[in-house]
Design a protein around this ligand. Structure first.
Ligand code: AVI
Length: 369
């Protein structure tokens, strides 16, 4: 895909087709609180946007790459749509609601671990890190660490650059002494940090068990990319969800209120907008369950009846009961974590968990290359 570099005032930026989550595209928005904004570059925002040649674009919101990806997934023998399409504006809000559900324990337990072991975490990591927050969102999790870790620089990465800009603007008012940079980029696909990110003592912060949304092979490759971006004084603070009783896992991904079901089904509406598809939400059912053999939660959308879906450039007939695979969320056993990290170029230094051992927060140091 052709990329052109354009500089646009924030208010003129088109909404990103994927607003949050493991991201799409190459929107890079960077700003730095060391440089006071000057007019006319009021916000100093530089965006790399897809080329504006719309002749081959099937829908105003889908880039050709996104349209091709969705087309391939829908045509595959076992239909699949990437979980990144769960996160349009409503999907992001529904995910926030999931995090509030009594059944969805990861957010709550991770926060409790951080609160309980904050001083110990700070001792292990030490002060003055370049704290790089992967999938920062509203930056709240990292901000809770500031008083403990005293980072020299905070670098927030998220696909949703607009969301990030607002969050950092708010944070700057509370922590004026910390140098802050926001980068709107898709770190799941590639990670090359710009020169504005201090090379010293880089600490990648990857909370929320998002690593579980990669297959173990992808997870190792992703972590190795992080390792490649740090010197030997670098490290990783990562949240990892642990294997537990199936009933607890099933409930976390198929809650009584149906919030996770809405989150999953909303992907169909997002796809409708992106590629002009005609998915009818009532024709589909949410499935979320633990696949013990694969050690992962699987989310699917299952056709309630025989139906045909069409979109710009394709169509497919689904039999009743046929599924579209929308997400995996791998759960790890504690003894496997050290291996996962070592194979990616890190050495686990310390692991904190909750009394029930449902979730782990791990600090790992970069191994010498
Ligand atoms: C973002 N990610 C870590 C969540 C998870 O638990 O895998 C996404 C999610 N899917 C359904 N509920 C939450």
């Amino acid at each position: 895909m052709d990329l052109s570099i354009v500089k646009v005032p924030v208010e003129l930026q088109a909404a990103s087709p994927i607003e949050r989550g493991p991201a799409v595209g190459k929107n890079i928005i960077s700003y730095d609180n060391k440089k006071p904004p000057t007019l006319p570059d009021a916000l100093g925002v530089y965006t790399i946007m897809p080329s504006t040649n719309t002749a081959d674009a099937p829908h105003p919101l889908a880039t050709p790459a996104i349209a091709a990806e969705l087309h391939a997934g829908l045509q595959a023998p076992g239909a699949a749509i990437s979980p990144k399409f769960l996160y349009d504006a409503l999907g992001s809000k529904l995910f926030e609601a999931i995090c509030e559900l009594p059944e969805y324990y990861p957010t709550r337990i991770e926060a409790a671990i951080m609160e309980r072991h904050g001083a110990d975490i700070a001792r292990a990591v030490g002060p003055g890190a370049t704290l790089i927050d992967l999938g920062a969102g509203n930056c709240a999790k990292a901000a809770a660490l500031f008083p403990l870790l005293h980072p020299a620089q905070y670098v927030a990465l998220d696909i949703s650059a607009d969301f990030l800009r607002d969050a950092i603007d708010r944070l700057r008012q509370r922590f004026a002494h910390i140098e802050m940079t926001g980068l709107g980029l898709d770190f799941s696909q590639q990670l090359e940090l710009p020169g504005v990110v201090r090379p010293e003592k880089r600490l990648f912060f990857y909370p929320g068990s998002s690593i579980g949304n990669f297959t173990p092979t992808e997870a190792r490759a992703f972590l190795a990319r992080l390792r490649a971006q740090c010197d030997t004084d670098g490290g990783l603070l990562i949240g990892i969800d642990l294997v537990k009783e199936t009933a607890i896992l099933d409930a976390a991904y198929d809650d009584d209120l149906g919030v996770t079901a809405a989150f999953n089904l909303n992907l169909l509406r997002h796809v409708n907008r992106l590629v002009g598809a005609d998915f009818q939400v009532p024709q589909w059912r949410h499935l979320g369950f633990f696949n013990e053999a694969e050690s992962r939660i699987e989310m699917h959308l299952e056709a309630r009846e025989a139906l045909t879906v069409t979109w710009h450039g394709g169509s497919r007939r689904f039999a009743a009961g046929e599924r579209i695979h929308t997400e995996n969320s791998y759960k790890y056993r504690q003894p496997a974590i050290a291996g996962l990290l070592e194979q990616s170029g890190f050495q686990a230094v310390k692991l904190w968990t909750d009394p029930q051992q449902w979730f782990a927060l791990v600090y790992a140091r970069a191994l010498p290359a």
